[in-house]
Structures are given as C-alpha cells and as structure tokens.
Design a protein around this ligand. Structure first.
Ligand SMILES: Cc1cc2nc3c(=O)[nH]c(=O)nc-3n(C[C@H](O)[C@H](O)[C@H](O)COP(=O)(O)OP(=O)(O)OC[C@H]3O[C@@H](n4cnc5c(N)ncnc54)[C@H](O)[C@@H]3O)c2cc1C
Length: 376
C-alpha cells in the first residue's frame, strides 16, 4: 500500500494543473498522479496539427518526466484505477496495488463513444498515429465521417487536406443544425460543398455509403464504473466547489458534471481551458482548511475550432435556451442563445474578435435587446 496526502486519478491537463497548484501551495505534502496511459501530459488540442504534419510529435508533450520529479510529484504511468473505496479512502489499481489518500481528485476525463471495430476515433496519441498511417497508406482516397461532434470537423479538415473525397453523415435533418441553427448549418454546408464534401442528412438504418475509411466524431462518454459510491449523472456530479457527493473527493475537467454558477445548472464541459482552470480551482478547495470555506468555480467556457478556413467559437452554455438571436453578415454569424431573456451562450462563425465581448455579456446575463444593440 502506498500512502499519500493528495491522490489524483488522471494525468491530463486537469490532474496535472491540480497537482502543480497543490505543490506550489505546500512544499511538504505527498502528491501522486495515477495515469492509465503510458505518457506524461500531452496536448490533445494539438493532435489534429500533428496528424496534418504541421508539428512534430515532441511538440505535443507539455511536460517531461523530470518535471514531475523536480516538483516532487510522484507520477505513475500505466496505472489504471479500477475502483475506489471512499469509506477507507483508497484507490485500487487494475494490478491490485492500493493507494490510500487523505484527499482525492478524480480527473479521468472522457472517452469517445463506442464505435464498430475499424472506425477511426481521435482522442489519444495512439489514435493520432493510427490516423496518420491510414491516411498516408490508404490507396483509395475516400472517407466517411459519422456524427456532428467537433472531432468530426477535425477529421474533415484532415481528409480534405489529404485529397480524400469525403462524405459527412448525420441522422439529423441538416448537418450541424442542432449546434449552429439553420443559418449556421447552411453557411457550413456551402463551405463543405465548395470543397467537394458530400453531405448525407437523415441517414437511415441500412443505408449504404461506400468509403475506404470511416471515422466517428460522435462525442464523449465517461467511464464511471470505477467510482461506485459517488453520485453520478453523465459524469461525476459535483457542487459549485467541484466537490463530489463524498466530502474529501473532488472531480475536475471532462469527467465532472459540475454546478456551473454562470449557467445556473449542472453540466459537463469538454474543453481544455475549462479543465485547466477546474484542476486549479479544485486544488485550492482541496487545500482549504475546514474553517476557511470553499470557493465556487466560476468560468464562461469557450471553445474555438477552425475547419476549412472557417472559424467557429462556442461560448457559455449552448444547450439550455428558449430563445435565439441570429445575426448573419458577409459570411459571419452570431447566434446568441437566451433563457428567460438572459444570454446563456453563443455560437460565432468567423467572428473571433467578438469572443471576449460575448463572454463578458454571458457573464453579465445580458438581455436580448442589449445583445442586439451591441452586435447589430
Ligand atoms: C483531438 C482533440 C482536439 C481537441 N481540441 C480542443 C480545442 O481545440 N480546444 C479545447 O478547448 N479543447 C479541445 N479538446 C478537448 C480537450 O482536449 C479536453 O477537454 C481536455 O483534454 C480534458 O482534460 P482532462 O484532464 O479533463 O481529461 P483528459 O485529457 O481526458 O485526461 C484524463 C486522463 O485520465 C486518464 N484516466 C482515465 N481513466 C483513468 C483511470 N481509471 N485511472 C487512471 N487514469 C485514468 C486518461 O488516460 C487521461 O490521460 C480536444 C480534444 C481532442 C481529443
């Protein structure tokens, strides 16, 4: 049995940023990170650039093994936690090794939803190596992309760059409409068609589309089996302090279904900066003495993605709204999403310069009139 003060499950950006804050604030405590994969922290955000050959493999890595040693953080690669015992304050690895802790952070991220064997996914460095290889080696340059997740757009850029005749398929009425609204979906459809992309809307069971490669961008699920005893929904449920239903156990990053104080509801955010900030915020709350009270996590998340020269930004809560305001102008779109006349989220196409102002207005819960006046 290994005993530590602070145990972190997951060595991604949330877990690493938490460990580093814990060390910054206390030079003496014992901190361990258990990471299921073989690697130190690397950037998932840069994976598409690596696949496209725009950066070298080394550029993906954000830490060296020596960085952990220098900070006196015990980093255990290939250490997958199979269950926790929150009564005994223990985490048990697949290989049977037990870690006991005083305070635990679960930062184990998400995983792509299951797909049929042979369908490409893009989540890990190993996925990236595989995609690079098949894109290079496949003779017949045709590809099918299933789903409307942001990873579908990453696949699209990669296939088009490599000269693939690409099909996009969705069960919905129009590709991207659920996220982008009708005007946004139409804008993207025009761009896709310009690049020769064939769009298949409303695909039905049994429909056949022939392609050499098939890739999926259908979103993330979460591995929750290891965390029996904690309240879970789609992720691990936390309050606004990122504390789970068990005192002394926190969750941060893509695994956390946290109470978002800006959105006014529990939600999951799959976003690099959000995970970084949550890791830090969780660490500060893990360190807080009982008398000090905990600090709520507050952030308006924003995600940018470029695809075929179009720049998309998703800010705030883009899933919980009862009214919209759409402004389209010269190949740009602002789609503002309101609930009870308060701005909750927004989708921007080619309006990157408006991101900060949009985030500010979401933070202030601006009314529709005000948003219309500012952006028209
Ligand atoms: C291809 C790609 C492109 C992206 N692009 C962007 C972008 O442009 N902008 C943006 O904001 N976000 C982007 N994201 C999303 C962003 O990378 C994630 O939101 C972020 O990495 C989540 O960080 P995390 O630390 O919560 O989880 P993860 O990065 O998933 O890290 C969790 C870690 O926990 C480990 N783990 C899981 N289970 C266990 C276990 N039982 N025991 C021990 N360890 C475990 C995993 O191996 C993993 O290393 C992208 C993601 C991908 C895949």
């Amino acid at each position: 049995m290994v005993s530590v003060d602070y145990l972190i499950i997951g060595g991604g950006i949330a877990g690493t940023s938490a460990a580093e804050v814990l060390r910054e604030k206390d030079a003496h405590v014992k901190i361990a990170i258990l990471e299921a994969g073989p690697h130190v922290l690397y950037s998932r955000v840069l994976i598409p650039k690596y696949i496209k050959g725009q950066i070298q493999r080394e550029a993906l890595f954000l830490r060296k093994v020596s960085d952990y040693a220098e900070k006196n953080i015990d980093f255990y690669p290939s250490a997958k936690v199979s269950k926790i015992n929150s009564e005994k304050r223990e985490a048990i690895l697949e290989n049977g090794l037990i870690f006991s802790y005083k305070t635990l952070l679960i930062a184990s991220g998400g995983k792509p939803r299951d797909v049929l064997p042979g369908v490409l996914r893009m989540h890990t460095l190993e996925d990236a190596e595989k995609i690079k290889k098949v894109v290079r080696d496949t003779k017949e340059k045709t590809a099918l992309i299933l789903g409307e997740g942001l990873i579908a757009l990453e696949f699209l850029s990669i296939f088009i760059l490599n000269g693939f005749k690409t099909h996009l398929a969705t069960k919905d009425d129009a590709w991207g409409e659920a996220r982008l609204g009708q005007a946004g979906a139409e804008m993207l459809e025009e761009v896709f068609k310009k690049h020769g992309v064939i769009i298949h809307n409303k695909i039905a069971n049994g429909e056949k589309i022939k392609s050499a490669l098939t890739a999926a961008g259908i979103g993330l699920s979460r591995n929750l089996e290891a965390f029996a005893g904690l309240e879970v929904g789609q992720g691990i449920l936390t309050n606004e302090f990122l504390e789970t239903s068990r005192p002394g156990i926190f969750a941060a990053g893509d695994i956390a279904e946290f109470f978002d104080v800006v959105a006014g509801r529990r939600r999951i955010v799959g976003n690099w900066t959000n995970s970084f900030l949550q890791g830090r915020a969780a660490a500060l709350n893990m360190l807080a003495p009982p008398s000090a009270g905990l600090t709520p996590f507050r952030n308006v998340s924003a995600y940018n993605i470029s695809c075929l020269d179009e720049r998309l930004t998703f800010a705030g809560d883009t899933e919980d709204f009862d009214d919209t305001l759409e402004i389209t102008k010269d190949g740009t779109l602002l789609r503002a999403l309101f609930k009870t006349d308060k701005l909750k989220g927004a989708v921007l196409i080619n309006r990157f310069n408006d991101k900060m102002e949009t985030v500010r207005l979401i933070e202030q819960r601006a009314a529709k009139d005000e948003v219309a006046k500012i952006f028209s």
